[in-house]
Ligand binder design. Structure first.
Ligand code: NAD
Ligand code: DAU
Length: 354
């Protein structure tokens, strides 16, 4: 048997592939076009693994994807491929709508054609799992209850709007064409291999280079942090036991203000890699202008996946963040290489202005 993963060279996808091969003996095909966020270095330990196959393709490359499906006959497709950075979507939304909407549509069409010609017995087992985000639900006030699967979609950033649109497309292929789709909506992930444009790796990388640590607004926005390994285990649980047509919320039940997260990282670095000038890393904190449309709070109610599929997060933030910081401390070459890759010039200028 075989599964297909798209976007497997990115942060969550590559962690998923490592998790997969730590337990499974099934072929896995990774389809990724390697944008600035995709990095084959993340998977180099698998180069000799005969069960791992890589195709450099966009999910919108219809005829190539068709050929891959017909060659490998997968029992499931897990769609991680996306443009994923909110700041980038604010200043250049087109690529978000191209990949997250139009190319997801193309992937769905090809998958539907593949599914339609499958033998009935294989149809019963097939799943298309679409990896989505809590950001589609919009922003919570401090006194509101965490997002449930039944919350309305109220996306606020172009990124969130593109993910909401792709979720709607997936839902429509399930309802209209009976394609067995499942959507998972997860909260903020952290862990190894995350591109240093996102808060946690950006703060670690800037601190190590003694650069400012930009805090948007007052730093009082709240995110619900989940270690990427726990997310990947949830996806494997959904792959094996999740029910087609369902959606599952996945969260860490670990709400923290951004400023708190930044201070935890600074304190940890003070212990692990004290500054030569004897100053504290916190001295690098700089409050900068806020992200336009900045969502105040995300929080996930994971009761459904916990009760129905018996998944729960296992990694405590205090342990996970220390392991993550240590991983970045030991991965200076990886950091240098990913930052050397063609990263949007506009964003670089924008960060400098902040
Ligand atoms: P990422 O940006 O690190 O990786 C995205 C990967 O997709 C990269 O390898 C990139 O090369 C590839 N890709 C982009 N466009 C493609 C295309 N058109 N065709 C083929 N490959 C393409 O993203 P991530 O943080 O790993 O997120 C993965 C998925 O999980 C996304 O769908 C994202 O919306 C979702 N998600 C992320 C988080 C988070 O905290 N990072 C939380 C919830 C959900
Ligand atoms: O909630 C899930 C989402 O989490 C995913 O769908 C997205 O793909 C992922 O990027 C993430 O979105 P966020 O916008 O929450 O993550 P980001 O790391 O960009 O920012 C986290 C918080 O930190 C947010 O409130 C903005 C703030 N921030 C971010 C950066 C990069 C700062 O204060 N300073 C910064 O430099």
């Amino acid at each position: 048997m075989t599964i297909i993963v798209t976007g497997g060279a990115g942060f969550i996808g590559s962690n998923f592939i490592h998790e997969w091969f730590s337990n499974e003996n099934e072929d896995l095909i990774n389809i990724d076009c390697l944008t600035y966020a995709g990095n084959l270095e993340n998977l180099k330990v698998l180069n000799e693994n005969k069960l791992y196959h890589f195709y450099k393709n966009r999910i919108g490359d219809k005829s190539d994807i068709e050929k891959i499906l017909n060659r490998f006959n997968p029992r499931a497709i897990i769609n991680f491929a996306a443009e994923s950075h909110v700041d980038k979507s604010i200043y250049g939304p087109e690529s978000f709508f191209k990949t997250n909407v139009m190319e997801t549509l193309s992937l769905l069409e090809v998958t539907k054609n593949y599914y339609d010609q499958m033998p009935e017995i294989s149809k019963k087992k097939f799943k298309f799992i679409h990896i989505s985000t809590d950001e589609v639900f919009g922003s919570l006030q401090l006194n509101e209850k965490p997002f449930k699967e039944s919350n309305p979609y109220l996306p606020n950033s172009p990124y969130a709007a593109s993910k909401a649109a792709s979720d709607h497309l997936v839902r429509s292929f399930n309802k209209t064409h009976k394609l067995p789709c499942i959507i998972s909506n997860c909260s903020n992930n952290y862990g190894p291999f995350q591109y240093p444009e996102k808060l946690i790796p950006l703060v670690i990388n800037n601190a190590l280079n003694l650069k400012n640590l930009p805090v948007y607004g007052k730093g009082n926005q709240i995110r619900d942090w989940l270690h990427v390994k726990d997310h990947c285990k949830a996806i494997i649980t959904i792959l094996e036991d999740g029910a087609p047509s369902e959606t599952y919320n996945i969260g860490g039940s670990c709400e923290m203000e951004n400023i708190e997260v930044i201070k935890i990282i600074c304190n940890s670095l003070d212990n692990l890699r004290p500054r030569k000038d004897k100053k504290k890393y916190e001295d690098l904190i700089k409050f900068v202008s806020d992200r336009p449309g900045h969502d105040l709070r995300y929080a996930i109610n994971s009761d459904k996946i916990m009760k129905e599929l018996k998944w729960k997060p296992k990694i405590k933030f205090s342990d996970g963040i220390n392991d993550t910081i240590e991983w970045y401390l030991n991965s200076s070459e990886w950091l240098m290489n990913v930052l050397d890759k063609s990263y949007d010039i506009w964003m670089k200028k924008n960060y400098n202005k902040r």
